[in-house]
Each structure stands twice: as structure tokens, then as C-alpha cells.
Design a protein around this ligand. Structure first.
Ligand code: RTP
Ligand code: MG
Length: 141
């Protein structure tokens, strides 16, 4: 499988729970490397632009409110099949449906406060990485 990059966000609920390190450990144990990272507190404009694909959805307002409720930890992850691998580590959107041992099953409270974001395709990952890390220095190793 190809080496890919994906964009991961540890959402405000998981940052508030102080589990950034525990989530990073899952990435590392799965063979994903953190190749860029920063903590940011998104504005409503930024969160709305990031999730603009969902702007017509009923949950959009709640999603933007939640994503701006506190700081988030944003990282680009690199590894074999990184996009799907990260989605597998995350588990289903609704933590009640997430498989045991996934990040959302272990750390998320609800479909809104669901601990992590991950790009859903290689093309989306490129757009999302450029959104947070324009012209980024990547530290492949
Ligand atoms: P994410 O983009 O954050 O990684 O989540 P996802 O791919 O698993 O889910 P997506 O369909 O992209 O939805 C983005 C976020 O919107 C909230 N959502 N609420 N109430 C609902 O039916 C509903 N559906 C989605 C979730 O917080 C989801 O993470
Ligand atoms: Mg999504």
C-alpha cells in the first residue's frame, strides 16, 4: 500500500480530557508518524470553512459551535494507507456505534463531542493539510 498523509484533529472534548498523549500513542503504535502539528483555537469562520462540505446539513451549526468551544490539536499523519488506517483507529462517527478499542469508543461522549476528526479520502487529506499547514515543512523520517 502507498505511503499517504492524512489530517487528524483531536477535538475540544478530547483536549479538555487531557488525552492528547494517549491518542498520539495509538497513532504511533499503528505505524503513523506525526509529520506536522499545532494547537489552535478555531474561529467560527475557520471551522465553517473546514467543514464547508457539511454546510447544508442540519448539524452544521452545532458542529461549528462544538469545534470552536476550545482548543484543538491538529496533526498531519504519514504512513502506509494513512487515510484508512486513521479512520479505522477513530471508529464510527457515533461513539455508541464505534468498535471496541477505537478512539471514539474509548474517549468520545456523543456524535457531536466525538474526540477526533480524520480525512475521509486522499484528495480531502491534501486539501485539509493545506488548510492547516500551508506550505508546510514536512519532517519525513
Ligand atoms: P469527522 O469529519 O469529524 O472526522 O467525522 P466523520 O467523518 O466521522 O463524520 P462526518 O459525516 O464528516 O460529520 C462531521 C461531524 O459532524 C457531526 N455529525 N453530526 N447529528 C448528526 O447526524 C451528525 N452527523 C455528523 C459529527 O460530530 C461528525 O464528526
Ligand atoms: Mg468527515
Amino acid at each position: 500500500m502507498a505511503i499517504e498523509r492524512t489530517l487528524s484533529i483531536i477535538k475540544p472534548d478530547a483536549v479538555a480530557k487531557n488525552v492528547i498523549g494517549k491518542i498520539y500513542q495509538r497513532f504511533e503504535e499503528a505505524g503513523l508518524k506525526v509529520v506536522a502539528a499545532k494547537m489552535v483555537h478555531l474561529s467560527a469562520t475557520e471551522a465553517g470553512e473546514f467543514y464547508s462540505a457539511h454546510k447544508e446539513r442540519g448539524f452544521f451549526k452545532d458542529l461549528v459551535a462544538f469545534m470552536t468551544s476550545g482548543p484543538v490539536m491538529v496533526q498531519a499523519l504519514e504512513g502506509e494507507g494513512a487515510v484508512l488506517k486513521n479512520r479505522d483507529l477513530m471508529g464510527a462517527t457515533d461513539p455508541k456505534k464505534a468498535a471496541p478499542g477505537t478512539i471514539r469508543a474509548d474517549f468520545a461522549e456523543s456524535i457531536d463531542a466525538n474526540a477526533v476528526h480524520g480525512s475521509d479520502a486522499v484528495e480531502a487529506a491534501a486539501v485539509e493539510i493545506a488548510f492547516f499547514f500551508p506550505g508546510m515543512n514536512v519532517y519525513s523520517r
